[in-house]
Design a protein around this ligand. Structure first.
Ligand SMILES: Nc1ncnc2c1ncn2[C@@H]1O[C@H](COP(=O)(O)OP(=O)(O)O)[C@@H](O)[C@H]1O
Ligand SMILES: [Mg+2]
Length: 406
């Protein structure tokens, strides 16, 4: 008790660190006003003539360019506007990397209504029918954002888009109740889709450019005000973070640097976030592999990734074979007292990790017997990632025993 009390009483540079968390959506998003305006224009019909039209919009942009925050804020505001126009709009933001199947996505949508309907053993079609009936009988309108849609479509194809839109198109004179926003990081998103699907969506694409260093500075200063003690962040620190993050134009990376540097300051008991703390923080942040992606990975995918790290760490080669990977994976399963998945399943997991950009792969060239797939990590030190994975696995071990991930 003493220890906890003492720790809680220690001064901190943060006044509200939740305001720097991944899920927090600030009420203002500097330098994204134009995108909010554009979205509003695209959804004008949905608000002014509800039921007559629905809308589908695609957002494309790099990591940390504000796609998720802008749509979440837009969804929230649009619901308020709908209310003032006398109808009920429900906004559901689905992370389609986390909700890996059509069923999981629909389930997520339905859970937003809090119907209390027991869902065990339903088929995807039945789930969809329940959603449609529910919104029809309660006279609701729905705006669904499918975030990380590119990743999902590559794995599952376009069925989810048909499920959520064709149902409406099929019924003559039916009220148009479901609108969609799809978000992707993939600049070639159009190529993932069937050309005919793309041609209908193409006119409603919004591109989010990377933030430049001036914009990143504004964003940082704005977020510093909300989260950190007044005067605790010298300009030199903001400069350094801006310089580091400007290369990728990634606001999340900038905020993560700030947050972690603040943690270093707290550890040292210093009430200022000095540039040196940013440098220390940088060594432990890997912008190429997002922490939020790792957190969502299932246990065996984490095992595989850990196996890659350990192999690469001690290897002279830049790539490893999937055969070596599988052998090492089995050792790790043993270490964590889990039975390894079958070969074909492991193969799907590897493909998955490649799809998420967490692993890179290539086919072996000349000189090697037969053709085999080789895998590696994007440009990050295996040892840093290994550390992070071990921590994450430890947390899982301590935390939820069981749960839906396996
Ligand atoms: N214009 C902005 N103003 C303030 N914070 C921002 C802005 N754009 C992004 N952020 C912050 O940066 C982080 C990444 O933004 P996010 O919307 O998740 O990006 P994306 O979805 O494009 O990867 C979030 O913490 C978000 O709050
Ligand atoms: Mg996002």
């Amino acid at each position: 008790m003493e220890i906890i009390r003492h720790e809680l009483q220690r001064p901190s540079v943060f006044i509200d660190e939740a305001k720097l968390s991944i899920d927090y959506v600030p009420p203002n998003l500097p330098h994204r006003e134009e995108h909010l305006r554009k979205l509003t224009q695209l959804f004008r019909g949905v608000i002014e003539t509800p039921g007559q039209v629905s809308q589908k919009v695609i957002i494309i942009g790099n990591t940390g360019s504000g796609k998720t925050s802008v749509t979440k804020l837009f969804g929230k505001l649009l619901c308020e506007v709908a209310k003032s126009h006398g109808f009920n709009l429900v906004y559901v933001h689905v992370n389609a990397r986390r909700e890996r199947t059509e069923y999981m996505i629909l389930n997520k949508i339905l859970s937003a209504f809090q119907t209390g309907i027991p869902l065990r053993g339903l088929s995807t079609q039945e789930l969809l029918s329940i959603i449609l009936e529910y919104i029809e009988s309660n006279n609701l309108y729905l705006l669904v954002t499918l975030d990380e849609l590119g990743v999902f479509l590559k794995r599952r194809g376009e069925e989810i888009l048909y499920l959520l839109s064709r149902t409406v198109d099929d019924q003559l004179n039916a009220q148009q109740r479901i609108s969609l926003i799809g978000i992707s990081r993939d600049p070639l998103f159009g190529f993932i889709l069937d050309p005919s699907t793309w041609s209908t969506l193409q006119k409603n694409v919004l591109y989010f450019n990377r933030y430049d260093s001036c914009q990143l500075r504004d964003i940082l200063e704005f977020r510093v005000k909300a989260a950190v003690l007044d005067g605790a962040v010298p300009t030199s620190t903001i400069d350094l973070i801006t310089d580091i993050a400007a290369a990728s134009g990634d606001a999340r990376y900038a905020l993560e640097l700030l947050y972690n540097a603040g943690k270093v300051a707290d550890e040292k008991g210093v009430l200022r976030i000095l540039p040196e703390y940013v440098r220390s923080a940088k060594a432990f942040i890997t912008p190429e592999i997002r922490r939020e992606v790792l957190v969502d990975l299932s246990l065996h995918r984490l095992f595989l990734l850990l196996a890659v790290c350990r192999l690469l760490k001690s290897s002279e080669d830049a790539y490893i074979t999937t055969g070596d990977l599988e052998a090492r994976y089995e050792l790790i399963c043993e270490e964590y007292a889990r039975s390894p998945r079958a070969h074909t399943q492991v193969w799907t997991y590897i493909q998955d990790l490649v799809g998420l950009g967490v692993l890179t792969s290539k086919i072996s060239g000349a000189g090697q017997r037969g053709k085999t797939t080789l895998v590696s990590l994007p440009d990050i030190p295996a040892a840093v990632l290994e550390c992070e994975l071990e921590l994450l696995l430890e947390k899982r071990r301590v935390g939820a025993k069981g749960g839906r991930r396996n």
